[in-house]
Design a protein around this ligand. Structure first.
Ligand SMILES: Nc1ncnc2c1ncn2[C@@H]1O[C@H](COP(=O)(O)OP(=O)(O)O)[C@@H](O)[C@H]1O
Ligand SMILES: [Mg+2]
Length: 254
């Protein structure tokens, strides 16, 4: 399969105070093919979020190389990176950041208008289709205060998909949800992946990672191991996959 995202010897240091530096990423090599469904696990503080922010160009790496869809991120200006994130990447976070004075529908179409690649009526039609697909069509005119946490995360998925990105990045996307809403969001993300979008999730939740096809393990700023689970073909497989992952994590000392 074609390579979508690659990092070579990616490092990230943070300046702490005046003359103190900490190394958070210690030479990460990643290889994500188009169409993959990957998760990154690891203890809190191991560098998962930092990795995500550096491979999507939200933060500037200290050294190393990241190539996304054929472009070297270090060579792009801030506006070029912003454009890349807007048009080729989608993001979902634990807490969705929505504009409070806009309706749910308007929150979803906004990135579509900003990308400026289609007419507003085309963007509106795409948003309606996404809302239908994620089961929130009836919420279009609602304020964001009139939706549950699980519904808001569906709004986040619609917003992330509005420009037809190559990849969806998620940082603990189900971290604030109960187990039922979490499973529903994972069903949706699986469906998004099956329809061709690459999905990469950071999570500390075995139940989330067990639904992805490949799990990377980060410890202390390095990817120390990975586990290939393959695509889940039957929902009945989830328990066995969770057990397999838990055993692996135990073996790895997590
Ligand atoms: N902006 C920052 N400035 C200084 N230290 C940071 C910053 N962001 C993250 N860190 C540190 O980097 C380490 C990894 O953080 P993070 O990537 O958030 O881990 P994870 O997502 O795996 O919990 C932590 O020790 C954290 O305190
Ligand atoms: Mg994190």
């Amino acid at each position: 399969m074609n390579t979508l995202l690659e990092s070579r010897n990616l490092t990230k240091n943070f300046q702490i105070g005046k003359d103190n530096e900490i190394t958070v990423l210690r030479g990460v090599d990643l290889h994500i093919a188009g169409g993959e469904f990957v998760s990154v696990m690891g203890p809190s503080g191991s560098g998962k979020s930092t990795l995500l922010y550096n491979i999507c160009g939200m933060d500037r790496m200290t050294s190393g190389e990241v190539t996304f869809n054929g472009r070297e991120l270090a060579g792009l200006s801030e506006p070029e990176l912003a454009r890349l994130r807007l048009t080729e990447m989608g993001f979902i976070f634990q807490q969705i950041h929505l504009l409070r004075n806009l309706s749910i529908f308007d929150n979803i179409v906004l990135s579509g208008y900003l990308a400026n690649g289609r007419s507003r009526s085309e963007v509106n039609a795409a948003a309606r289709e996404l809302m239908q697909r994620t089961g929130i069509a009836e919420l279009a005119d609602n304020a964001i205060t009139q939706a549950s946490g699980g519904q808001l995360q569906r709004v986040g998925i619609c917003r992330a998909l509005i420009n037809n990105p190559e990849i969806i990045f998620g940082d603990e996307p189900t971290g604030a949800l109960n187990s039922r809403a979490s499973a529903e969001i994972m069903d949706l993300l699986s469906e998004v992946n099956r329809s061709g979008t690459t999905v990469m999730l950071v999570t500390h939740d075995v139940r989330v990672a067990a639904r992805t096809n490949r799990v990377l393990l980060m410890m202390d700023g390095e990817v120390v191991s990975e586990k290939a689970l393959g695509a889940m073909t039957d929902p009945g497989e989830i328990t066995a996959r969770e057990e397999e992952l838990s055993a692996w994590l135990l073996e790895m000392g997590v």
